[in-house]
Design a protein around this ligand. Sequence first.
Ligand code: G3P
Length: 219
Amino acid sequence: IIGRIVAVIIGYCFGMILMGYLIGKSKNIDLTKVGSGNVGSTNTMRNLGVPAGLITLLWDCTKCIVAVVFVWLTFHRFFEDTNIYMVYAGLGTVLGHDFPCYMHFKGGKGVASTLGFIIALFPIGVPIPAVIFIGIVAITRYVSLGSIIGVLSFAAEMIVFALCDVKSVTDRFQGRELTEVLVICCFVSALSIALHHANIKRLLSGNENKFSFHPETRA
Ligand code: G3P
């Protein structure tokens, strides 16, 4: 249990580094007060431009990979099997991103960091949510809708991978650990959906911002 807690804390420290918020601060723009008020890449792109949005997406995703690799590098000296600790590092990163202590625990919605979680821990799980996300955003131009259904598909596919005994998952996690991993994946997915509550309201009332690369039509 100590190992799991330490892994979560390490992940949390990486997760708290919010690139969009920092870029905004450097330009005297507080992302929590403009656009959707979110510090993620969508709102960064909306208010600070495409390059800033892409850098935010890249870092918010990469920080999870960095945290997972960091935990693997440090923990393998003490534990024979570090896989479960790496998952906890990923969980910690998402929590750090969503609830950074220096921002009164009000951070992002965890979509890019969940993508980093999937890339770092379950690369086999990347294609389905990615295709779903891109497809939905291309058709509807609602990033939030793509994000919500994308993260939901991640939890669903993980359950299917476990039930179908997909080796890249079940070779690393069995029994109680596999259940733990599935609970974490479902939690990460549910958390991101819950954090989209304002987007869900706007989607239902038809007021959600549509994505655009062109500043003049950006909401
Ligand atoms: O990743 C967040 C995205 O799904 C929605 O962003 O700024 O429109 O709330 P935003």
